[in-house]
Design a protein around this ligand. Structure first.
Ligand code: 8YV
Length: 308
């Protein structure tokens, strides 16, 4: 049996499945991680869980594969892995539906004031308010998707069902039914909703800056279901405070799990705790995909989902 180092948190069912196929070395549970590594480093064939940098890779002379739990792998130093001939895998596709579903849920919640109306009824204020305040709606509104990848397409499909008019910005024109913009600020000024579903990392760092937010404007809504790093959070908060942006629905933040007080106290936001893939079915399937990648690699030399 091959030896897998568990470097950070993984769901219990994923660990149980992994345990049936591999020897697990639970560094995540070790009080003294350095002592744990000093004892076991040379035995380790693969790693899963948590953030993996070059420093850890250098301590594991026989490391061959890093199996990431998640489709996004900005928590792994992929360049360092590549330089050391270490394979990195991720968990694409199985979370598409869950993430797309939460995106639409957050959009409807924001557009139709669901959390605020809930609070109003729950707090017994309906009799004094009498009629529900009027809100915007998704139907007929323009949606711009930043990143029309696998999850972006799942979001577009659901937004189509809501009768939204869809555009996208990304590296390439995919020549499909949706309108392509090669300039993000231009797309932001064309749409009412900007949904971010692009990978994190250096290439997209603060891509959604003050100019993009200003272009979206006082009637515009920003939805981030991808990575907090893609948005200039300070610029976003300033725009929301000054009424330069209509509202935001955020599942991800710059410094998770910490959300700035100013953002938490704004009236025109809907907040969610990085829950895009957090359903029982999806997390179970992602866990199985991590284990399938390790098995495929050690059995055949070919993992199912290499990232490069
Ligand atoms: C997280 C995600 O990985 O897949 C991704 O990129 O952001 C999520 O699914 C998940 O929260 C695991 O911690």
């Amino acid at each position: 049996m091959k030896n897998i180092l568990i470097a950070g948190g993984l769901p219990q069912d994923c660990l149980q499945l992994m345990d049936q196929h591999f020897n697990l070395f639970r560094m995540d549970q070790a009080d003294d991680k350095d002592a744990f590594l000093a004892k076991h480093a040379t035995e380790i064939d693969g790693v899963s869980g948590g953030a993996i940098g070059a420093e850890l890779m250098d301590k594991l002379p026989n490391l061959k594969i890093i199996a990431n739990f998640g489709v996004g792998y900005d928590n792994i130093d992929v360049a360092a892995a590549k330089a050391r001939n270490i394979i990195v895998t991720n968990t694409p596709n199985r979370l598409n539906a869950a993430v797309a579903e939460l995106t639409l849920g957050l959009m409807i919640a924001l557009a139709r004031r669901i959390p605020k109306n809930h609070e109003m009824v729950r707090n017994g204020h309906w009799p004094s308010v009498k009629r529900a305040p009027l809100t915007g709606q998704l139907a007929g509104a323009k949606l711009g998707i930043l990143g029309l990848g696998r999850i972006g397409k799942a979001i577009a499909k659901r937004a189509e069902a809501c009768d939204m008019d869809i555009s996208y910005f990304g590296r390439t024109d995919q020549h499909n039914l949706y309108r392509y913009f090669d300039d993000l600020t231009q797309m932001a000024s064309h749409v009412n909703w900007l949904v971010i579903i692009a990978p994190g990392g250096a290439e997209t760092d603060k891509l959604v800056n003050a100019d993009v937010i200003d272009a979206l404007g006082p009637e515009g809504f920003l939805v981030n279901i991808a990575r907090g790093s893609i948005v200039d959070e300070a610029a976003l908060i300033a725009a929301l405070e000054q009424g330069k942006l209509g509202g935001a629905a955020l599942d991800v933040f710059e410094n998770e799990p910490h959300v700035p007080d100013t953002l938490r106290n704004l009236p025109n936001v809907v907040l969610s705790p990085h829950a895009g893939s957090a359903t029982h079915v999806t997390r179970q399937q992602m866990g199985a995909q991590v284990v399938d990648n390790l098995i495929a690699y050690f059995d055949t030399g070919q993992p199912l989902d290499p990232v490069t």
